[in-house]
Design a protein around this ligand. Structure first.
Ligand code: MSP
Length: 513
């Protein structure tokens, strides 16, 4: 079997329209999916919507519509957003689909068969907004209202018959699993939080609810619906046709290479999910990465705070690729990041329009005028040329390994530095002064074109649309983008045509500029 890579986003609650936080998770996942594809992996990239539970039921009731109808509508806006964000997801799963229900019920039966589920009674706190149970020590009272300390969401008292998953039994196996798989939880800073939570003692987990009906029924006990997180987490295998473990998708892609999630839902993915899987004798995923939050005015976006940034508005104003570039560059991956329009405009003007777009235009215009619109044929590299070209060759494996550690910050810094070098090279070499040394002029143009190609390949996972536009320069298409060819210094076909390309990024005029 060839190299495979399976990446997932969280499946989003269709309780309200998508916001920038959702767009962020999806864009980052798309970045990894695209990078892996150009690096020769067969990739499966999954996203979708998480449609059951009390939160959705109440949201639908508020609108006085049937929950499925309610979900159909908002789930569609998430599907549309995937297109708008130019995501290359291979599937979009909805937890209301039959294929998913079947998987969840099968998993339930497996857990029951292995004696990991029993019937009892739950009395405790529940947050509908987080769809999570909280212990007394995890809540506080503010203005006479009980809220969860971690999320600040209101909690309500629940007292009802419930099925429980024997989470306590999996405490030791989980700790052993974390030890054997030191990169299972990333970034490292969050791993310790999870481990100390598990070490502090795991209580059995309530995994069904009886007081509402919007969910997947417990097999053979239809008064209960399955806890929405057990339902939702299963999407990662139901999309691979679980329980059919012999089908191609499951065989190729499970265990997942990485579940990319926000830090707010790490416990569900790094504790409950591997415990369910271990109990059902299924391998846990290889990695769970909890990224930080996008903050707006230094606060996490939420409907109640009224500080939601709408990705569609930003895209309408600035275009998609600038937003993708900005989020990937400016939000230090793994940490929270505040986003501002001013910084977005800085990124567009300096990195995208000046350093990248302008470089493409300059070398293209120069080659059209001085090299008869052809990629130069007669060239002779000198040290200066080889030095800048070989920079890429030397770093190929380093880039791969940094990507495998999700070090996006390294990747983007690397690109920014290469853009700087490339512009400096073209300026310093002054090809316009070499008109009486045609070999030298040709070599400088060829070298710069090669650098533009290499940088554009690197930029493709971040700004796919603009990168393809830039590659029109050389008539290169998406299928030609192979990461490994970055080490090739004479990839561009000598004598091939150079096409004039449109301006890649328009500068944003600002009052103070
Ligand atoms: N439905 C659950 C996930 C189930 S996965 C099996 C859920 N949905 S959610 O819609 O509330 O949020 C999903 C994810 O959106 C978060 O984990 C996070 O990845 C992303 N974000 C939501 N708000 C965010 C920010 N403000 N910033 C960055 N990402 C955040 O939780």
């Amino acid at each position: 079997m060839g190299k495979t890579f399976y990446i997932t986003t969280p499946i989003y609650y269709p309780s309200a329209k998508p916001h920038m936080g959702h767009a962020y998770s999806s864009i980052i996942a798309d970045f990894f999916a695209r990078f892996k594809r150009i690096d020769g992996y067969e990739v499966f990239f999954l996203t979708g919507t998480d449609e059951h539970g009390l939160k959705i039921q109440r949201a639908a009731e508020k609108k006085k519509v049937d929950p499925l109808k309610f979900c159909d509508e908002i789930s569609q806006t998430f599907k549309d957003l995937s297109k708008t964000l130019n995501l290359t997801n291979n599937d979009f799963i909805r937890t209301t689909e039959i294929r998913h229900k079947k998987s969840v019920q099968y998993l339930w039966e497996e857990l029951l068969k292995n004696d990991d589920i029993y019937l009892s009674k739950y009395s405790g706190w529940y947050s509908v907004s987080d769809e999570a149970f909280y212990d007394e020590n995890e809540i506080e009272e503010i203005d006479n209202k009980k809220i969860a300390i971690s999320s600040k969401s209101p909690v309500e008292w629940v007292d009802e018959e419930s099925y429980f998953f024997r989470l306590s039994k999996w405490e030791k196996p989980l700790l052993d699993f974390y030890e054997k798989n030191p990169n299972f939880i990333l970034p490292a800073s969050r791993k310790n939080e999870v481990i100390s939570f598990v070490k502090s003692g795991l209580k059995d987990l309530s995994v069904s609810r009886k007081s509402f009906s919007w969910g997947i029924k417990v097999p053979n006990d239809e008064k209960h619906v399955i806890y929405v997180w057990l339902d939702a987490l299963t999407n990662y295998i139901s999309a691979l046709n679980y329980p059919d473990k012999n089908n191609d998708l499951y065989k190729k892609f499970w265990p997942a290479s990485i579940h990319l999630i926000g830090k707010d839902i790490l416990r569900f993915h790094a504790v409950y999910w591997p415990a369910f899987l271990l109990a059902a004798e299924i391998d846990p995923p290889k990695k769970v990465y909890g990224h930080g939050w996008i903050l707006s005015n230094e606060e996490k976006m939420s409907k109640s705070k009224g500080n939601i940034l709408d990705p569609l508005e930003i895209i309408k104003q600035y275009g998609l690729d600038p937003l993708r570039y900005y989020l990937i560059k400016e939000v230090s991956f793994g940490n929270d990041g505040n986003i501002s329009q001013e910084r977005l405009e800085d990124c567009i003007n300096s990195d995208l329009a000046n350093n990248f777009g302008n470089l493409c235009q300059r070398v293209c215009a120069f080659a059209i005028r001085n090299c008869d619109s052809k990629i130069p044929e007669k060239i002779q590299f000198q040290n200066d040329d080889l030095k800048i070209l070989n920079e890429y060759t030397r770093n190929l494996d380093k880039i791969r390994s940094e990507i495998d550690s999700q070090n996006i910050n390294y990747y983007i810094d690397y690109i920014v530095n290469r853009l700087f070098d490339a512009n400096k090279y073209f300026n310093d070499q002054e090809p316009w002064k070499k008109k009486d040394d045609i070999i030298r002029l040709n070599t400088i143009v060829y070298t710069t074109l090669e650098i533009v190609r290499k940088i554009t390949y690197l930029l493709y996972p971040i700004i796919p649309h603009s990168s393809l536009k830039a590659l029109d320069l050389f008539n290169l298409k998406e299928k030609d983008i192979i990461f490994d060819t970055i080490k090739d210094n004479e990839f561009l076909k000598k004598g091939g045509d150079i096409n004039k390309i449109d301006i890649l990024f328009n500068k944003i005029e600002r009052k103070n500029d």
